[in-house]
Ligand binder design. Structure first.
Ligand code: OGA
Ligand code: MN
Length: 211
């Protein structure tokens, strides 16, 4: 008997679409039981105050700038995952291996945090790759919001023309439960629009080795 995949999606199809356009949106990527376990867990983690105001910049230049981003985050510890987090991690690991096998991306690990945007919070347009490091290659966001509707706001706006950036066309992604969004971290400008409800997600970056 083979073990069922942790990701509820066709990973090869995801890899092909990423290669073709540089971004992919996959509804129902995370199997329902794995997603529900996370929703239960984050209700406690968030309400117990274990998240921290997210910072912008890197290293010594890191600072909280709520006018740029007003979400709160809690990093996952890969060596100390809860059972709920392991379901997510295993799905992402399967995806990482398929991306490497089919696109030769040489992704060697994942860094990920839980994020909460309280009602009204936002994140202004940005690229995910830091100026000082080219390590982040693919951004991967999984949404954990049961019963989210388009009226709740909080869309992820992806500017789909890499050259035109924020002056070009965009795609608004509704942060629905179990949905995965992947895009090339250094290529696509994106922002999070304010929502009417508390908005939860798991945001990860697949990294490659850099000198
Ligand atoms: C980020 C980010 C998008 C989202 O954390 O860098 O862009 O939809 N998040 O939560
Ligand atoms: Mn981002």
């Amino acid at each position: 008997m083979t073990t069922p995949p942790a990701a509820g999606a066709d990973l090869s199809a995801i890899a092909s679409e990423l290669a073709a356009t540089g971004y992919v949106i996959v509804p129902d990527f995370l199997p329902r039981p794995a997603g529900e376990a996370l929703v239960t867990e984050i209700a406690t983690l968030w309400h117990d105050g274990t998240y921290r105001a997210a910072a912008v910049g890197r290293g010594g230049e890191k600072q909280v700038r709520a006018e740029i981003r007003s979400d709160h985050v809690r990093w996952l510890e890969p060596t100390d995952l809860t059972t709920a987090q392991s379901g997510y991690w295993t799905a992402m690991e399967e995806l990482r291996l398929v991306l490497n096998r089919e696109l030769f991306l040489g992704l060697f690990d994942l860094e990920a945090h839980l994020a909460c945007f309280p009602a009204g919070a936002h994140y202004k347009a940005h690229l995910d790759r830091h100026r000082e490091s080219e390590a982040r290659l693919v951004s991967a966001i999984v949404y954990l919001n049961p019963d989210w509707t388009a009226d709740d706001g909080g869309e992820l706006r992806i500017y789909t023309d890499r050259e035109a950036a924020v002056k070009g066309p965009y795609l608004d992604v509704v942060p629905e439960f179990g949905k995965l969004v992947l895009f090339l971290s250094g290529d696509f400008w994106h922002e999070v629009l304010p929502s009417r409800r508390e908005r939860h997600s798991l945001t990860g970056w697949f990294r490659r080795r850099v000198e």
